[in-house]
Design a protein around this ligand. Structure first.
Ligand SMILES: [Zn+2]
Length: 139
């Protein structure tokens, strides 16, 4: 059984207990996009709808917190294929996640920073760790 199938079986067990469970279980290989979804997505049941919420990282001074917003709803528990399709769309949504121009990693929008370079007219998206390491930005 593949790990994806194993995760799906665990999710089915959550449904049987009436608990929507995690949207997607973390994966042992730490694949980065999958990790983002495991960390920033949750499945909730509201008014008989299964709702995928995605968290945007927001800041209370220096303290990060997750601000959840509904991304998609289903009338019944979403299948693994529906979850993967929704996850792929959420990852591509630049209001939620963005690629760092410097390291190429995708990050939560709330972990991104904009850097204005003299050569560029507009600010380019840089993750906060690259901003600290390579551009001397202090958070
Ligand atoms: Zn980066």
């Amino acid at each position: 059984m593949s790990q994806v199938e194993a995760n799906h079986r665990r999710l089915q067990a959550h449904y049987r207990r009436g608990d929507p469970g995690p949207f997607i279980e973390p994966r042992a290989d730490g694949a980065s996009d999958w990790q983002l979804i495991a960390h920033f997505a949750r499945l909730a049941v509201r008014q008989d709808q299964y709702v995928l919420d995605i968290a945007l990282v927001d800041w209370d001074g220096h303290r990060p917190y997750r601000r959840w917003t509904a991304f998609q709803g289903w009338s019944g528990p979403p299948s693994l294929a529906q979850r993967l399709e929704a996850a792929a769309r959420a990852l591509e949504d630049e209001g939620l996640f963005r690629l760092c121009y410097w390291c190429g990693q995708r990050n939560n929008r709330g972990h991104m920073s904009g850097i204005s370079l003299e050569e560029a007219d507009t600010s380019i998206p840089i993750c906060q760790s690259c901003a600290e390491r390579f551009f001397g930005v202090v958070y």
